[in-house]
Design a protein around this ligand. Structure first.
Ligand code: GLN
Length: 469
């Protein structure tokens, strides 16, 4: 029996190449895990009926010796990434019956690489949330402790990998939506530099913040997927041609902004973080205290800019052009009835907030000011990276919380992203790494940030941390 929960892509790739297993074997194990547990955990919104067909094709390619590192690997896709001819709902009633008319750039890349797309995973509605509880199709449970959330908004993709229902998984980030579920499910999560991976073909949330991002059981697995999905795409003018060759194993200085940890960091998270810092110190890394006064406002800036972009991006879902349509006596009523019925409460909250900060009379006070602070945060990060190679923080201030918790307190939910926000606001890459467990055996995690396009440095330090942790 294949131990799929502990099998990495790298190992599976070797086994496929030397004929020890076939893609059909790997996909069959994932499908039987889905069959056994998906009803309870609610991870997949749809399992693709042609997954085994795709696996057979991949096996043919492998036989000819033309396979690559992802050929035949079953991969779970977050339900806000377009796959031509398949449904894509962003876990919203608004798009429940919507079918994608083209492939997202990353999907094209994954198909070219011969990966097996196994299904689409549950998420917070339109990626708004930190727990996968705002999905219109029910909550996803954390496979490690089903009384808890898997994190969000890419909770379904993280849970699929953690539960052995796929060997790889893709999510999206606007502010921590891959790093946070990676932390709650004991996985690696990479948030690439803004522009490193094309956003063409994702259902936009906050366009100046959104990123497609891979999960991995280890750093190498996240790196393999990143290498395949990154690169310039004509359909996204913010994507870049290539990742510069910036790798150097001499990068050793780590800055820690302890002043950002003032509020609400769980005791065991803090203890684990300090132990991780000691291990890095004992292995030759230089640790320095840094001050990031503007980064303190990252989350506040995020909750102005993101809703503004949400209100604009979601205006196309009007019941006429796309999505659910509810009748009305005139066109305004059609808009109102369709949007009232199609959107859930969190989505409505953000549309209202975004419309407010963009409205005449408030634009300067909120939106414009937030952009100025965003620029100050970008400059602050740029400057600090002249002194240090990495910034280190816990990934999330708390471990996975109970289902139902924080649902009636949006601000408490928003605070989960306190350490995620600077990387999205500043456009820099960051990686979440498992760093141990707490007394309840729940996974804990630390995150490194690096200068733009220094993903290779993150992989290098991540692999080092895997060795010493
Ligand atoms: N928790 C964040 C939010 O609710 C994350 C969103 C995201 O990264 N997609 O906005």
């Amino acid at each position: 029996m294949i131990d799929i929960k502990n099998l990495t892509i790298e190992k599976a790739g070797e086994m496929l190449q030397n004929g020890e297993v076939t893609s059909v074997d790997l996909v069959s194990v994932c499908l039987s895990n889905i069959e056994e547990k998906n009803k309870d955990l609610n991870i997949f919104l749809e399992v693709f009926s042609d997954a085994l067909e795709q696996a057979k094709k991949a096996d043919e390619i492998i036989k000819t010796g033309k396979g690559g590192p992802l050929t035949g690997i079953p991969i779970a896709i977050k339900d806000n990434i377009l796959i031509s001819g398949r449904k894509v709902s962003a876990a919203s009633k608004m798009l429940e019956d919507y079918t994608a008319s083209y492939d997202a750039f990353v999907i094209k890349k994954l198909k070219e690489a011969g990966a097996v797309l196994i299904g689409r995973t549950n998420m917070d509605e339109f990626a708004m949330g930190s727990s996968t509880q705002t999905s219109a199709f029910g909550v996803t449970k954390n496979p490690i402790d089903p009384s808890r959330v898997p994190g969000g908004s890419s909770g379904g993709s993280a849970a699929a990998l953690s539960a052995g229902m796929a060997l790889s998984a893709i999510g999206t980030e606007t502010c921590g939506s891959v790093r946070e579920p990676a932390a709650f499910c004991g996985l690696v999560g990479l948030k690439p530099t803004y522009g490193a991976v094309s956003r063409s073909g994702i259902i936009a949330m906050g366009s100046s913040l959104d990123q497609i991002a891979p999960f991995g059981k280890n750093v190498r697995d996240a790196e393999i997927v990143f290498e395949i999905i990154s690169g310039k795409d004509e359909m996204d003018s913010t994507s870049v041609n290539s990742i510069p060759e910036n790798f150097s194993s001499s990068k050793k200085t780590i800055g820690i902004p302890y002043h950002l940890f003032e509020e609400g960091v769980d005791k065991e998270v803090m203890q684990n973080f300090k132990e991780s810092v000691e291990k890095l110190k004992n292995n030759g890394y230089k640790i320095v205290d840094i001050n990031l006064p503007y980064c303190k406002y990252s989350l506040a800036v995020y909750y102005i800019i993101m809703p503004a972009e949400v209100s604009t991006n979601l205006s196309r879902l009007d019941g006429v052009r796309y999505g659910l349509q509810k009748d009305g006596g005139n066109v305004s009523e059609v808009y109102k009835n369709s949007r009232s019925a199609g959107f859930g409460p969190e989505t409505k909250r953000r549309i209202m907030l975004g419309t407010y900060v963009l409205s005449h009379g408030y634009y300067d006070a909120y939106y414009n000011k937030a952009w100025k602070v965003r620029h100050a945060i970008e400059m602050e990060l740029k400057n600090v990276f002249k002194e240090v190679d990495f910034i280190l923080t816990p990934t999330v201030p708390i471990p996975a919380f109970k289902l139902g918790e924080k649902l009636d307190d949006p601000v408490a939910m928003y605070l989960c992203d306190i350490f995620s926000a600077p990387a999205n606001i500043g456009g820099v890459p960051a990686i979440a790494l498992p760093s141990g467990v707490n007394s309840l055996k729940l996974p804990l995690s630390i995150q490194f940030m690096a200068p733009p396009f220094h993903e290779k440095d993150l992989f290098e330090i991540g692999k080092k941390f895997e060795e010493i942790k």
